[in-house]
Design a protein around this ligand. Sequence first.
Ligand code: NDP
Length: 330
Amino acid sequence: MKYRNLGKSGLKVSELSFGSWITFGNQIDQGTSKELMKTAYDAGINFFDNAEIYAEGRSEEVMGKILKEFGWSRDSYILSSKAFFGIRGLESSKPTQTGNNRKHLTEACHQALKRLQVEYLDLFLCHRPDKSTPMEETVRTMNTLIEQGKIFYWGTSEWSAQEIMEAHMVARENHLIGPTLEQPQYNMLHREKVENEFLQIFKTVGLGTTIWSPLASGILTGKYNDGMPDDTRLNLEELNWLKDRNVVEEKIGKVRQLTQLAKDLDTSMPLLALAWCLKNENVSTVILGASKVSQLEENLKAASVTDKLTEEVMEKIESILDNKPRLPSF
Ligand code: NDP
């Protein structure tokens, strides 16, 4: 396992990390969750990602119980939580139970510590931007949580470059600590923010990124190429919206071509897709998700495939993703 600095901070995060969205406390049982955590930790993964809203808090409870059972030294891993949506989501929560205001962020932090059974979070993120809370209130709250030793670094998720810069400006003006990282979606089918919008702030503020859904929820494994397999994420009824958005001919058509390319390179589609994410130096860590130990074991080999991503291969991938006709070679 290789380790990268989280942006300009000194924190060393494993280039592959592990998250529990959809799976823990929901799709998979406690035993499988435990095996997944052990497989990840034993392979050198040092960052585990979570959020208040994952399985209405149960994901944090499951992870907390596992961390306690294993008893790994607290200084050997990085733990995150994210707040904004509340445990039950924006629609079902009371007005004080959501958002990036002082009350919710502080209470959400305390509740996450309790569910995860730890004394501090290494990373605490605003899960989405909140236009109804003044930026200074959010930045001050995060700064206070840092000063109280309840969190070490704070970050954002799915914020725009402008919002992240505003947070940094407010922090600078008030001698507070700005966000160290952003958690954006990034994969072969979703690239805009990481490759364009954030380019400037990678340079100016040295933003770290913990990227999510590197396999586009499984589409980029190629397993949806020939129809809908049983027992997979996009078969879950609660995720019909995700299926409708992703299992569309335009995307699947590209993945079919990429799957052939992976075969030609003597690797698998998931490894090609993950290695492609790792290749981007502005990515601090690729958060893996898995419902089975065998998936995680396969995905952990991603770094060994980066060598196959020569300039020529990257161009081939580009031509598939851009859907541009390939120029004839002379
Ligand atoms: P992926 O896009 O990698 O999807 C993971 C899922 O794909 C698995 O659960 C599994 O689903 C399937 N899969 C993974 N590997 C394989 C394989 N080798 N072969 C076949 N199927 C495979 O990542 P996630 O969407 O899970 O995101 C990773 C993490 O990012 C989350 O756990 C969470 O921590 C974070 N996240 C953050 C968000 C945010 O808003 N900040 C939003 C979403 C995620 P199955 O077997 O069920 O088909």
